[in-house]
Design a protein. Structure first.
Length: 119
């Protein structure tokens, strides 16, 4: 148990030595009359780059929103002038087209039976 007390004492002594070396490495800064203005200048210098990107992002968002509204209006107005769809079904339109314009594009299904079945 006495050994644990010695270890605690040496740990505390090492910690005190660490704090002492920290205090000597980082002395307290005395605040002068220019302390706050200089501090704010340093802060604003770091933020100036982020402010440029913030402004750019806001402007691009505004342009995108305006463009979306304009395109939405164009689509809605052009949709009202659309041609009327035929009242016939798709199959009727294809059948009518086939009779009006017969060509080699359209093929009828062919049933092939073996020659042995024909006799």
């Amino acid at each position: 148990m006495n050994r644990q007390v010695n270890n605690l004492g040496s740990d505390e002594a090492r910690l005190d030595a660490l704090f002492q070396s920290y205090r000597s490495a980082c002395p307290d800064i005395e605040a002068s009359a220019n302390f706050m203005p200089l501090l704010w200048q340093r802060i604003e210098a770091r933020q100036s780059v982020s402010l440029v990107f913030t402004r750019l992002a806001r402007n691009l968002t505004t342009v995108a929103l305006a463009l979306s509204i304009v395109l939405g209006l164009v689509v809605s107005f052009s949709g009202s002038r659309a041609t009327q769809l035929p009242s016939e079904s798709y199959a009727e339109v294809l059948a009518d087209e086939h009779y009006r314009n017969p060509s080699l594009e359209y093929y009828e299904p062919v049933r092939i039976s073996p020659a042995a079945d024909q006799y």
